[in-house]
Write a protein that binds this ligand. Structure first.
Ligand code: 3EB
Length: 347
């Protein structure tokens, strides 16, 4: 089987983006922009998706730039914008809940309806384009902790997500994508972006945590559907995409009132996942110091504490961005996701 060449992520502020260097964009698969104002990349065929989560480190906007190598093709299927190499696809979809026919009706909520539509469109696009394996997906849901029905809006999102996966013929719990689900402020649309692959990925679970799809019903009648990490064994460096990870042991939140302890527990969870991933990759290393990190912070005033805890176990050169976001359980104060390749630095 032919190996696909690399997948990398890079973080840049608005000021650090070259304005006229077209060649710089040649191998860019997709861009997520966090904060405001929205950037405009006229004439570029690169899908760019704006997420209304402000960076906590001064810049107005931070870009997460995904690169791969090889000839690329861009386009749109339904509401899904994409760009793809022969092996990997980056896609995004943005849907407003107020456009939902369920808006204001009883029964299926506007969020459930919008989530179903987004996932249905994503699966249809991936099947039509021939990248049927969803590897990694980022979900940004407005007002995620707001009460709704018996629980919170996150529960509604989970119901619709689970149902959408189950309706897909090839669905199996052994290959659910790695994911993050975070909250933006009320009024924002549902924003989803993702990476998919032509060949199967390998999903990895965390020995310290109950798989999210087996969480007990007290966390919602329909479980969150994601794996703890996704590995791309057929891509150079076997990139590992780690899901949003939090201070959860088993299925319970630990250290509900202690953000420093939550940060340490989260890093311990990531270490346990890395050990499992190394085992899956013939022992070839993923090193916590060689990952790129995206950190979601519930309360801006916790930034220093979280950042200091991370500095204790990471390198000063480790790429990391901090974003203000709501986390999908009210008692979670921090959530960390990461990306890296085996044996090399991620750059
Ligand atoms: C957790 O471990 C924390 O619903 O897609 C992390 C990553 C979390 C992804 C999701 C939720 C999701 O349960 C929350």
């Amino acid at each position: 089987m032919s190996r696909s060449e690399g997948l990398n992520v890079e973080f840049r502020s608005l000021e650090q983006l070259p304005q006229d260097a077209d060649a710089w964009w040649d191998d860019v698969l997709g861009v997520a922009q966090f904060g405001s104002p929205p950037l405009d990349f006229p004439k570029l065929p690169v899908p760019t998706v704006r997420v209304d989560l402000p960076p906590l480190t001064g810049q107005a906007c931070t870009c997460e730039i995904w690169r791969a190598r090889g000839p690329m093709q861009s386009g749109r299927v339904g509401s899904v914008y994409y760009r793809a190499t022969s092996q990997l696809l980056f896609g995004c979809v943005v849907l407003s809940e107020s456009a939902s026919p369920a808006n204001g009706h009883v029964g299926t909520s506007a969020l459930e309806h919008t989530t179903s539509r987004a996932y249905t469109e994503i699966f249809a696009a991936l099947d039509a384009l021939g990248y049927p394996h969803l590897v990694r997906i980022w979900n940004y849901v407005s007002a995620i902790n707001q009460s709704a029905g018996e629980g919170e809006r996150y529960w509604e999102f989970n119901s619709a997500r689970q149902e959408s996966f189950q309706q897909r013929a090839e669905h199996s719990l052994s290959n659910v994508p790695a994911a993050s689900a975070l909250g933006s402020l009320a009024g924002n649309p549902l924003v989803i972006y993702f990476i998919a692959s032509r060949s199967p990925m390998r999903s990895i679970e965390n020995p310290r945590q109950v798989s999210a799809y087996r969480y007990p019903a007290k966390f919602g009648p329909r479980s969150p559907l994601f794996s703890r990490a996704a590995q791309l064994p057929q891509t150079d460096g076997a990139p590992l995409l780690i899901s949003g990870t939090a201070s959860i042991v088993g299925s319970e939140t630990v250290h509900p009132d202690d953000v420093a302890a939550q940060t340490r527990e989260t890093l311990t969870n990531i270490d346990a996942l890395l050990a499992t991933a190394r085992g899956e990759n013939g022992g070839h290393g993923y090193n916590a110091r060689q990952l790129s990190y995206k950190v979601y912070v519930r309360r801006p005033q916790d930034l220093t504490t979280i950042s200091e805890e991370m500095q204790k176990s990471l390198d000063s050169r480790t790429p990391v961005i901090f974003l203000r976001a709501d986390i999908c359980r009210r008692d979670l104060l921090v959530e960390i996701e990461a990306v890296g390749a085996a044996g090399t630095s991620s750059h």
